[in-house]
Design a protein around this ligand. Structure first.
Ligand code: TNX
Length: 562
């Protein structure tokens, strides 16, 4: 009998654990046969036991009335590779679960947090309980990761033994915000590609998809009241950024580069995310990074334009005029449609890198500053954000923005997304914060120092731009020096994939993985269980899983090969 324990109180593996691991390494065949659990992110508590549950053609999935949809998700995921039917049956409390997988919500002995689950795999039954459907769904992801990687392939893998090693897991996340941001403005990713990312997020229990829908190089969301946003703002004359035009397929019928999501597309993606317990946070950039919107509606700028979506031929990032009430009305009308499409609590308004030169030269902006008693353009930016915040709050939502929204004074109830600082200070002042500092969370940066062997990445050589996965893995989201009583203001952390230089899905996957796997563990698992060597061991089967899923990734040296 072999037992491996991890728990959140254990800082270092015990000598017994090390002894067992050593023995397993020596008896390689034994280890392969028993299939050491290799779940990412590491569960809060996991205990390996002897034996395995084998999926068979007749294995049933037994569900309580609330868990049918989750049962169906599991069945669908397993049917493709195994070719088994996995009939779903309503649970009958009076019958013991035999040769079946039971999924049930509620009744966790520990109570558990909102996303907690408990999984017991025994030779003749699997019992998975979630504190609710979300917890149960994360438990399903752990169960999938206990299977051989081929279980996730979309083709039948005949003659395979579908063994699930016996295990006892009690699990719940460390942070509520486990995020991934995709920039679909610089490069347009189709709704199918976005769904593929949502599937991969779910596999690693990442629950917040930040959809960067708007930036200077392309407006990607249909707004019925302002059709030119997508007729003009969603397209540019060519791919730009000195990229090979053939590196992307995102061209319209007329040869222009770009694309957009219709409101029906957005609803479809939102529903797809909801079914995977992922919340989408839409980002509508303001007041800067707005050239695409202003190329379509230049009247909302200080000068009246013209503006272009073309990154190489246009100067500046584009800023809305803060002196015109019409700019605010325009953005509020846009957000009204956004509220209707996205049911989540948070609305991201960007707020980064606002070039205030045009405000300095604009009579209307200067008049606004005078009328409102604002001392400088930073305070004018704060006025802009606060005015939008009032509107967002009046619609029952919460504003979130990048570090720079702190300039000139942070809006009352705003959440800060820290990319260049301000997280510590904002949490210290009682604001909620999401950590995504560029040194640790920027998935557009290089993954190794051998740039010749890598596809294009953002930045130059040097440590600032070098982000191999172990550096992500070592990241601690709670800033040093934050008063322990305020640490709950750190909602979590997020990996950001900017796509100026990432023009295809396979390149995007390469940038995201395995760094997002590392981030999933940073945001989900107990801090005390962080162990790079053990993570590397568990990474091997994940990379095989990517092979089976047809997902590209940065090649990582195998465990034990370095
Ligand atoms: C800064 S991060 C930006 C993005 C760029 C990125 C490149 C942030 C809020 N703004 O617009 O794409 O750097 O790494």
């Amino acid at each position: 009998m072999k037992t491996i324990l991890y728990n959140n109180k254990m800082k270092y593996p015990s000598p017994i654990l090390l002894g067992i691991l050593g023995l397993c390494a020596a008896l390689n065949a034994f280890a392969a046969e028993t299939n050491l659990p290799a779940i990412i992110p590491l569960p809060a508590r996991i205990e390996a036991r002897a034996g395995a549950f084998r999926l068979r053609p007749g294995t049933r999935i037994v569900v309580d009335s609330a868990s049918r949809e989750t049962g169906e998700f599991l069945a669908q995921r397993l049917r493709q590779a195994t070719g088994y039917k996995f009939p779903i049956r309503a649970s009958d409390q009076t019958q013991p679960v035999k040769r079946a997988i039971l999924l049930a919500a509620g009744g966790l002995p520990s109570g558990g947090g909102a996303e907690a689950y408990q999984l017991t795999v025994a030779p003749d039954s699997i019992v998975l309980r979630g504190s609710n459907q979300t917890g149960l769904f994360w438990g399903v992801q752990s169960l999938l990761q206990l299977l051989p990687p081929e279980a996730l392939a979309d083709k039948p893998a005949k003659g395979k033994d579908w063994n699930i090693p016996c295990v006892q897991i009690e699990d719940q996340p460390r942070f509520a915000w486990r995020g991934f941001m995709l920039d679909v403005s610089r490069h347009f990713f189709t709704k199918e590609e976005v769904k593929q990312f949502l599937d991969l997020m779910a596999l690693y229990k990442l629950n917040t998809f930040h959809w960067h829908l708007v930036d200077s190089d392309g407006w990607r969301i249909e707004i019925k009241k302002y059709p030119r946003l997508t007729e003009i703002g969603a397209w540019r004359s060519d791919i730009g950024y000195k990229l090979d035009p053939k590196s992307s397929t995102a061209y319209g019928a007329d040869g222009r580069y770009g694309g957009f999501y219709t409101q029906a597309d957005i609803r479809e993606v939102v529903a797809y995310a909801q079914a995977r317990h992922v919340t989408i946070v839409p980002e509508i950039e303001m007041p800067g990074h707005s050239r695409a919107a202003l190329s379509a509606y230049p009247e909302f700028s200080c000068t009246g334009g013209p503006y272009s979506t073309d990154p190489d031929k246009s100067s500046g990032l584009g800023v809305y005029c803060a002196g015109k009430d019409e700019s605010f009305e325009f953005l509020q009308n846009v957000l009204t449609e956004v509220f209707d499409l996205f049911p989540g609590k948070y609305i991201h308004i960007g707020g980064d890198e606002v070039n205030k030169d045009s405000w300095k030269k604009c009579d209307r902006c200067q008049a606004r500053m005078k009328a409102e008693g604002l001392k400088n353009e930073e305070e004018l930016q704060s006025y802009f954000i606060r005015r939008m915040e009032k509107f967002i709050n009046a619609h029952g939502r919460t504003l979130i923005g990048w570090s720079e929204i702190r300039q000139g004074g942070l809006a009352e109830s705003a959440v800060v997304m820290d990319w260049i600082g301000g997280g510590l200070e904002s949490a210290g002042d009682g604001h909620d914060v999401v950590m995504s500092p560029e040194q640790f969370c920027y998935l557009d940066h290089w993954q190794s120092t051998n740039h010749a062997a890598e596809p294009r990445a953002f930045g130059k050589s040097g440590p600032k731009w070098n982000l191999p996965w172990p550096k992500v893995y070592a990241y601690e989201p709670v800033p040093a020096g934050l008063d322990p009583r305020l640490q709950s203001h750190i909602l979590g952390a997020q990996g950001n994939l900017w796509t100026e230089l990432v023009a295809s899905m396979s390149h995007a996957e390469y940038m995201a993985f395995p760094r997002l796997c590392a981030l999933s563990e940073v945001t989900w698992s107990p801090q005390a269980s962080r162990d790079e060597a053990d993570f590397r061991r568990r990474l091997d089967p994940q990379l095989r899983r990517f092979d089976c899923l047809g997902v590209n990734y940065h090649k990582v040296a195998s465990a034990g090969s370095e």
